[in-house]
Design a protein around this ligand. Structure first.
Ligand SMILES: [Ca+2]
Length: 265
């Protein structure tokens, strides 16, 4: 009887909790060229413009392109002492993280004028927003929700996948009520529940940039942007020559794996 109860528990309970991670690969729908020199640390699309934050000391920029044809609309070169990181556009402002300078730069969206800085308590990695709050990471497993007006941290979530911390969260994007994050130095994007930090899906983008496109300096996958105009998802990498529009393709998830394992016994 006790064994039956345990079996019932395993069947009824575990698939809803520990084995609810969905796995995806991707299919490329479209692609657009982008300048190879951009060491992409932030990517966002809004009102027909592509916003890019490019990193590295001496090469950090805020860039705005017309998304339809890739024409450069406006750009700002940053102080050589600043290594730019994530970027997001909220209201009338553009927010851009610095990596280790302990500041977030705030620009006027209309003409990319730097209007103020907000203090950061640690490193800055990825940045996005949920319509009201900024959401940023510092390279750990934590994501911080911040008031764009006061820079006050309103909430912190620790990101976990099946109970284990997921660190090195890099470029971020708010997609249909979830947070998508590049995991630094991997080919993986994780989909995070903003309420509790749980990873609900893992997207494998291994091989997205074909081997023949690699040059000296071509770096890792980094950059996710959803075009609010049509919901399309675009991704890229550091010093990649292409932006890719992707579509998710489900693979066997852990729940399915568990079911198959049980069936084969
Ligand atoms: Ca983004």
């Amino acid at each position: 009887m006790r064994q039956l109860r345990i079996i019932f528990f395993l069947i009824a309970y575990l698939p809803m909790t520990a084995w609810s991670l969905q796995h995806y690969t991707v299919r490329v729908i479209d692609q657009k060229p982008q300048p190879r020199e951009n060491f992409v640390q932030g990517l966002e699309i809004l009102d027909g413009y592509l916003y890019v934050s490019a990193g590295n000391y001496g090469a950090s920029h805020l860039l705005r392109y017309r998304f339809a044809d890739g024409t450069l609309d406006e750009s700002r070169k940053l102080d050589v002492r600043i290594f730019a990181e994530g970027l997001t556009v909220l209201g009338d402002n553009i927010y851009q993280l610095s990596w280790q300078n302990r500041v977030m730069l705030v620009y006027r969206k209309s003409d990319l004028t730097l209007v103020r800085t907000l203090p950061l308590k640690g490193e800055g990695w990825g940045l996005t927003h949920n319509r009201t709050e900024l959401i940023y990471g510092d390279g750990s497993d934590n994501l911080y929700f911040m008031s764009p007006d006061t820079a006050r941290i309103t909430r912190t979530i620790a990101v976990t996948q099946q109970g284990r911390p997921v660190k090195r969260l890099n470029e971020l994007e708010w997609v249909d009520g979830a947070i998508w994050a590049n995991v630094w130095q991997s080919h993986r994007i994780v989909v995070i529940n903003p309420a509790n930090g749980e990873v609900t899906a893992s997207i494998d983008l291994q091989g997205l940039l074909p081997p023949q496109e690699y040059r000296r300096g071509t770096d890792v996958l980094n950059g996710i942007a959803q075009d609010p105009a049509d919901g399309s998802i675009w991704v890229t990498g550091k010093r990649w020559p292409w932006l890719y529009q992707i579509e998710l393709v489900p693979t066997a998830d852990d729940r399915e794996t568990q079911k198959n394992t049980t069936d084969s016994r």
